[in-house]
Ligand binder design. Structure first.
Ligand SMILES: O=C(O)CCC(=O)C(=O)O
Ligand SMILES: [Fe+2]
Length: 385
């Protein structure tokens, strides 16, 4: 599957999952955090059925780069969910753009994306050219590099820590590489602002951040996935296509006190996700995990052993299945930027179409299978008695 980027760049008003006393998700459903093409009901923002009477909508005539006529935004504003009525106009525009994007033909979306990439390719001058090709000695810390070079399961397992089933972390990126990536992203954003280029956001849930593939890092990230994630994923995520990763979507997410603070509960459009903190300094922003689930069971309860909270450390990577339900808590100070690589396997996706039982990776399918087996053996025992 190609690493397509959605043109719509805003997220819906997110709800945090509510946790009951033992830390289980008692309500709040994970949203599918994915490309526009893969979006489903969980990630589509919704308008109210009737207009809010007495609300005086903003005027949008003076805003630049609007995708639709200003009067359309004023008219639709009356139908915005209550919490957005007094939001800044940019927030309202992005919410409405996400709704309207569904009505653009796919071809137009692809054309816009192509034009966006070409504009960057011809006009954007990178700050750190060296980031655009993979130089392992400059990118990775020696421990990680040596383990991958060794390639044995034993060497790979030595550098990783498993925090709860299926959530692994390891030191991965050199501090100088992290710093350069942060500079490059800032440099790109400054250029976009000056050149009046609207930055296409990484996915349906982020208001900030950028797609690294769009700015010219697609080849570098592909090499990173094939050479350095595949070996690990083959060992740790064989059950979700970890040994056949062949496509990616690479981006950065950005949080700060005047931007996005958190990221709602969701699953990724990936088989395996690599998430590495680049810095800078921040408080809060912990990732929370609630177990791996298939489509059918994505909204089910989690078990206590599946509940995990993890604090990001700059340079340290997390590797988890895309279907591992998760979200990021609000940062309480500073600024956090993470590099995310959604790794996909075309083969796994094709095979999944023919399957109905996912007990090799879905916690709920597994539980039900065990239950069926238990009943069957009980019945057999009774028959034999
Ligand atoms: O903020 C984070 O570290 C998590 C980001 C994430 O889950 C995603 O982009 O899919
Ligand atoms: Fe995610």
């Amino acid at each position: 599957m190609a690493a397509e980027v959605m043109p719509s760049r805003k997220r819906p008003a997110l709800q945090h999952p509510h946790h009951n006393a033992n830390g289980q998700v008692s309500s709040g459903q994970p949203r599918h955090h994915g490309d526009e093409a893969d979006m489903d009901a969980f990630s589509i923002p919704k308008l109210l059925q009737s207009p809010t009477s007495g609300h005086k909508p903003d005027q949008y005539d003076d805003m630049e780069n609007l995708e639709y006529p200003p009067s359309l935004y004023s008219g639709m504003e009356l139908y915005l969910p209550g919490h957005l009525l007094s939001a800044p106009r940019e927030k309202k525009v992005s919410f409405l753009d996400r709704i309207l994007a569904k009505y653009r033909p796919n071809g137009e979306r692809a054309r816009k994306h192509r034009e966006y990439r070409e504009r960057i390719r011809f006009n954007y001058k990178p700050l750190h050219e060296e980031l655009y090709s993979l130089n392992p000695d400059h990118v990775f810390v020696p421990g990680f590099l040596n383990a991958v070079k060794d390639g044995s399961e034993e060497a790979l397992r030595k550098i990783i820590m498993e925090h709860s089933p299926g959530v692994y972390t390891f030191n991965m990126l050199e501090p100088t590489f992290c710093a350069k990536m942060l500079d490059e992203v800032q440099h790109f954003e400054n250029w976009a602002l000056e050149a009046k280029v609207k930055v296409m956001r990484p996915n349906t849930m982020n208001n900030y951040g950028a797609v690294l593939d769009d700015i010219g890092m697609e080849g570098m990230l592909h090499e990173l996935m094939m050479g350095f994630i595949n070996p690990l994923a083959g060992v740790l995520f064989e059950n979700v296509g970890g040994s056949t990763l062949d496509a990616h979507h690479g981006f950065v997410v950005e949080y700060s006190m005047d931007r996005d603070l958190d990221l709602g509960f969701h699953v990724d459009d990936s088989e395996v996700t690599l998430n590495v903190c680049l810095g800078k300094e921040f408080d809060g922003g912990e990732l929370f995990f609630r177990g791996v689930r298939c489509d059918k069971h994505v909204n089910g309860e989690s078990r206590p052993e599946e509940v995990l909270e993890y604090s990001h450390v700059p340079g340290r990577a997390i590797l988890h299945a895309g279907r591992h339900r998760h979200g990021a808590k609000a940062i309480t100070a500073g600024q956090r930027t993470n590099l995310i690589l959604w790794c996909r396997s075309s083969q796994f996706r094709e095979m999944k179409k023919y399957q109905r039982d996912f007990s090799s990776w879905c916690g709920e399918c597994l539980l039900r299978r065990k239950e069926r087996r238990r009943k069957l053996s009980n019945a057999k025992r009774q028959l034999a008695a």
